[in-house]
Ligand binder design. Structure first.
Ligand SMILES: Cc1cc2nc3c(=O)[nH]c(=O)nc-3n(C[C@H](O)[C@H](O)[C@H](O)COP(=O)(O)O)c2cc1C
Length: 379
């Protein structure tokens, strides 16, 4: 399949090529979650490369679920900034997709105030220093689903082409699906089928809020590397159910798609997650088979060249999302398109001020990236 060919989603919107800019948190919103000029500059420059779709950094849907100082979609005061963000994302005519999330047990205590951490169950994350959350009541679970719905309505009002639900990388939607994080014995947990209920309810609420003409995507971690996590077989069942909800795409989130390595929960950046389980089949191929053309499949993790993108597509993806490569080189896609890949920047410069000024990376994001050595290559 030609990576420069268009793809039409179920909702009718067309993506001009197979490249999406992956959701990339800049940690650079204002304190109240409104969009900053720094974030707009970061996005505008990268979107100018001509991505078929640009996915935003994840926007929190509830004040109790903020995991970093990123953008919010919790009230209409966020709308004007979100409108400007959608415009910046469309700089080169690509589709603008707002990613929405809740942090659950990995929300940042300093950002969520008095209420304290709340999650599916009172089980602490594996992240170093993690605090134990309290288990949400059923009313709180319903209310969080409504918050996802309301954020999707705001995305629509702000003029986005669609919404991606962040169901991956150990945030709240993922936590509800994980037997490690979800020990509930009500409608929301206790069996594999019930652990799917939160993801499915959020997806249905978002689809309904958007209506049939906007893109509804769902990002999933296709298996957990950690002991006693969910398996690829479990995630295939979830993908199968999600694909029955008339979504437009399911995004399979990996840290490195070629070696089937997911993002680890503990997030030790200078070494890969310790895997107690690796599925025999590539998760992109397995997911594509179960989705069976009912919606598009997006793949991500370690795509740095056109050959990498073609490799993910050969495994069964329709689209790819590119993250770190476009953080490091804002002109990444233009270079891929013009077949000048040899000039792609391979890492961030050593000089911190140069990172911010030469690469249009918000200063707060520079600090965020550099505080996690090994995450992004340095020159
Ligand atoms: C700085 C940074 C911020 C990220 N923020 C998000 C985010 O907001 N939402 C999300 O789903 N993934 C986020 N990711 C993960 C990326 O979207 C991507 O899945 C991951 O980096 C692997 O792909 P890559 O090798 O192309 O970077 C982030 C990654 C980086 C490096």
């Amino acid at each position: 399949m030609d990576v420069w060919s268009p793809v039409r989603f179920n909702c009718g919107r067309e993506m001009a090529n197979r490249f999406a800019m992956a959701p990339l948190t800049t940690d650079a919103s204002h304190d109240d979650g409104t969009v900053t000029a720094h974030e707009l500059a970061f996005v505008r420059r990268r979107a100018a490369g001509g991505f078929g779709a640009v996915i935003s950094s994840a926007a929190y849907v509830d004040d109790g679920g903020r995991s970093w100082q990123g953008i919010g979609a919790t009230h209409d005061g966020h709308l004007s900034g979100l409108r400007r963000l959608a415009e910046a994302m469309r700089t080169a005519g690509g589709l603008a997709i707002l990613q929405i999330y809740d942090g659950g047990r990995i929300a940042k205590p300093e950002l969520i105030g008095e209420q304290g951490l709340r999650a599916a169950s009172a089980v602490a994350s594996l992240r170093p220093g993690a605090k134990t959350p309290r288990a949400m009541t059923s009313d709180e679970v319903e209310s969080l689903i409504a918050s996802f719905r309301d954020a999707a309505l705001r995305a629509r009002k702000a003029g986005f082409d669609g919404v991606e639900i962040h169901g991956a990388n150990h945030y709240a939607v993922h936590q509800f699906f994980s037997p490690r994080a979800n020990r509930r014995v009500d409608h929301w947990g206790g069996t594999l089928a019930k652990r799917m209920n939160f993801a499915l309810a959020v997806a249905q609420a978002v689809r309904d809020a958007l209506g049939p003409e906007l893109i509804a995507g769902f990002r999933v971690t296709p298996f957990e590397a950690e002991a006693d996590g969910y398996t690829l077989e479990d995630a295939k069942l979830l993908c199968g159910e999600l694909a029955g909800l008339n979504l437009d795409y399911i995004s399979v989130s990996l840290d490195n798609y070629r070696v089937s390595r997911p993002t680890g929960e503990a997030r030790v950046y200078d070494r890969p997650v310790e895997q107690t389980y690796t599925p025999l089949e590539n998760p992109i191929t397995a997911s594509a088979r179960v989705i069976a053309g009912r919606c598009a499949v997006m793949a991500s993790g370690g795509i740095k060249t056109c050959v990498d993108a073609e490799g993910a597509i050969a495994l069964g993806a329709d689209l790819v999302a590119v993250g770190r490569a476009v953080v490091v080189d804002p002109e990444w896609l233009s270079k891929v398109r013009s077949k000048t890949e040899a000039s792609i920047l391979a890492g961030l410069p050593q000089d911190e001020r140069e990172i911010a000024s030469a690469l249009s990376i918000p200063p707060r994001m520079v600090a965020y990236l550099l505080s996690r050595p090994g995450w992004i290559p340095r020159l």
